[in-house]
Design a protein. Structure first.
Length: 160
């Protein structure tokens, strides 16, 4: 068994035992007992366009975890957010790009929750320039109709 798998097993036990994801209204666990492939979900943060939505995401790791961060983190629930690629769900966040071996799965879940709560226009996927990023952030702040929430009708039948 690789060190990465062993570490992820320990984190899974810790998450379950200590309920550390309750602040994000979330959960995360290995998919079909594959500790290098996880699914999770969070409840959309209050006072945001995502409030009360259920958002599923996927995380993939290598056996080099925790020395190397996840190789892929993507939203599986269709969502409009400036830091989430609208075509493939890839999530852009500094938590992943500046990975440290002290980071963990719980931190990933909390980072996704915080990203929904506080979009980062300086690393926007869904715009081509700074002006577009600012416009998207203004739309987010105003909670206008340009933000779509498919979460209430989307279900892949995952058991988490």
């Amino acid at each position: 068994m690789s060190t990465g798998v062993k570490k992820l097993q320990e984190e899974y036990i810790f998450i379950r035992k200590n309920n550390v994801l309750s602040g994000a209204g979330g959960t995360a666990s290995p998919f079909k007992k594959d500790f290098l492939h996880w699914y999770g979900c969070i409840v959309g943060p209050k006072n945001t366009p995502y409030e009360n939505g259920i958002y599923y995401f996927e995380m993939k790791f290598t056996s080099d975890y925790p020395n190397k961060g996840p190789i892929d983190v993507r939203m599986k629930t269709p969502i409009y957010h400036e830091n989430i690629n609208s075509s493939n769900g890839h999530i852009c966040d500094s938590y992943f790009s500046s990975w440290q071996n002290t980071n963990d799965v719980a931190g990933i879940v909390h980072a996704i929750f915080e990203l929904l709560n506080n979009p980062n226009p300086s690393s926007s996927y869904n715009s081509t320039n700074k002006q577009k990023a600012q416009e998207l952030n203004q739309k987010f702040a105003m909670r206008v109709d340009q933000t779509y929430d498919w979460s209430k009708s989307w279900d892949q039948g995952w058991k988490i």
